[in-house]
Design a protein around this ligand. Structure first.
Ligand SMILES: Cc1cc2nc3c(=O)[nH]c(=O)nc-3n(C[C@H](O)[C@H](O)[C@H](O)COP(=O)(O)O)c2cc1C
Length: 439
């Protein structure tokens, strides 16, 4: 039996912090770089491409969280996913300095009209030669809705109902130009055949749009569609639409349960489940010496500020953790925010109670994902375990110090995976879809 090869993606944000709390305070984080400048993105892209990553994934939310203590003070104080700049602006920069690396971004269907979404994503797909991924989100935080002038977060059921229709309109727009529509004929002055650039006339319950798509079909025609919902509704949506799904699971048992479930749903939706790539969150702290790796892990852990982690955890889940004592157990509640991340907290001890403090430490370090600490061989062992027993196709690598943690992956872990026949030796083509579907 051939052994499954891993896909690797780098999980970052256009901000001071990525997904691990207060790592920006580490003396080796962003030395000589400003996250707000192009050089940072150029070098981050080059490092990930050197590591033959499928893609850089720039996650996003649209406003500072206000769930913890009903305020964004803690968020501002600790740079807890604050400030966060626009991810789309970075795409052409990374694209210009790399040749194969995919660049995925989060764009929210709650605040961008489908017509504009298609135009923006297709433009970026042109500018990168077909390397764009779209993480489809409906937004989960009340602060985002308030910042946009809407008082309340739309309930989950409704968000998924609306986004289903949203996608139908996007597909119509992406498919509305025929492959041979453009003649670009200088002798006649005819650019395109109007009969092959169809007008879309969409009259839905939530969206209407009439007009021709304003963008030429891009190299991938549609961006690679990513999704990260893990509620019931989120899983069904992913099974119907996503080419890749992201999940965060603290244990191999919870990984496997999710993998089996989502593949069964894809099958029921009439898709080949192997086409839906499951990418799970993983943090790595690696060094040639195991003792040094453990020491590094302790350095990172000591940086976590519990209040910062709680502010992010509250923002993500929609539950104000300041109302609980640090030694209280986290109880299951109807989290209207990111259900999957809330579940990761609850499942940390395989069903046994988890205190708020434990949850914050776990969340502060890696948002609920496992952390693999050790030599390149140790980390590769753990990855193989998750690929084989957890059922995933690859990893969304949570950052610690940047760009150092990605240099360590590219220089130490990737060669080890390659030696084991668990990773590509070169890119298969030029588009993100080719990398994702290579194995
Ligand atoms: C690994 C991972 C990454 C995510 N990235 C984003 C993001 O960048 N922006 C966002 O608004 N939501 C993000 N989410 C949230 C999901 O896309 C989704 O909106 C959320 O999980 C709520 O859906 P659910 O209730 O079905 O889980 C992420 C979730 C996970 C697990």
């Amino acid at each position: 039996m051939t052994r499954k090869k891993a896909h690797l993606l780098g999980f970052v944000q256009h901000g001071v912090m990525n997904h691990a709390s207060t790592m920006w305070a580490h003396p080796q984080d962003k030395i000589g770089y400003s996250f707000a400048r192009p050089e940072y993105w150029r070098d981050l892209g080059r490092i990930m491409e050197r590591g033959l990553f499928d893609a850089m994934f720039i996650a996003d939310e649209l406003a500072p969280y206000t769930t913890y203590q009903g305020s964004s003070d803690a968020v501002v104080r600790y740079a807890a996913q604050f400030p966060v700049h626009d991810p789309a602006a970075v795409v052409p920069i990374v694209g210009a300095f790399t040749k194969h690396l995919g660049i995925g971004i989060t764009l929210s269907t709650s605040f961008i009209r489908p017509y504009q979404m298609v135009r923006q994503l297709s433009t970026l797909d042109h500018l990168t030669g077909g390397r764009v991924g779209w993480n489809i989100v409906t937004s989960y935080s009340k602060s985002e809705f308030q910042a946009m002038g809407l008082e309340n977060l739309t309930p989950r059921d409704k968000r998924y109902e609306v986004v289903e229709e949203y996608m139908q309109l996007c597909y119509q727009l992406w498919d509305s130009w025929d492959d041979d529509a453009i003649s670009y004929d200088r002798s006649t002055g005819v650019f395109a055949d109007p009969s092959k650039v169809r007008e879309v006339d969409f009259q839905g319950r939530y969206f209407r749009s009439r007009g021709r798509s304003f963008v030429m079909p891009s190299p991938q025609r549609r961006p690679v569609l990513w999704q990260a919902g893990s509620s019931e509704q989120g899983r069904d949506f992913a099974a119907r639409h996503a080419e890749s799904v992201f999940g965060v699971f603290p244990t191999v048992t919870t990984m496997r349960a999710y993998a089996d479930d989502i593949r069964a749903r894809a099958d029921r939706a009439g898709r080949d489940p192997s086409q839906l790539k499951l990418i799970f969150g993983l943090q790595t702290v690696v060094d040639r010496s195991r003792d040094r790796a453990v020491e590094k892990y302790e350095e990172f852990r000591s940086l976590i500020r519990i209040e910062s982690a709680l502010a992010i955890m509250s923002g993500h889940t929609g539950v104000d953790f300041s109302t609980l004592d640090l030694d209280d157990d986290v109880a299951d509640v109807d989290a209207q925010g990111i259900r999957g991340l809330f579940d990761a907290i609850l499942q940390k001890n395989d069903g046994k109670p988890v205190t708020v403090r434990e949850a914050a430490e776990l969340y502060g370090m890696a948002m609920g994902a496992p952390t693999a600490v050790g030599t390149p061989a140790d980390v590769a062992d753990e990855m193989e375990h998750y690929l084989d027993e957890g059922g995933c196709d690859g990893f969304m690598l949570l950052a610690t110090n940047v760009p150092g943690c990605f240099v360590d992956i590219a220089e130490l872990v990737v060669p080890e995976l390659q030696r084991r026949g668990r990773y590509r030796q070169r890119y298969p083509g030029t588009t993100l879809r080719e990398s994702l579907q290579e194995y």
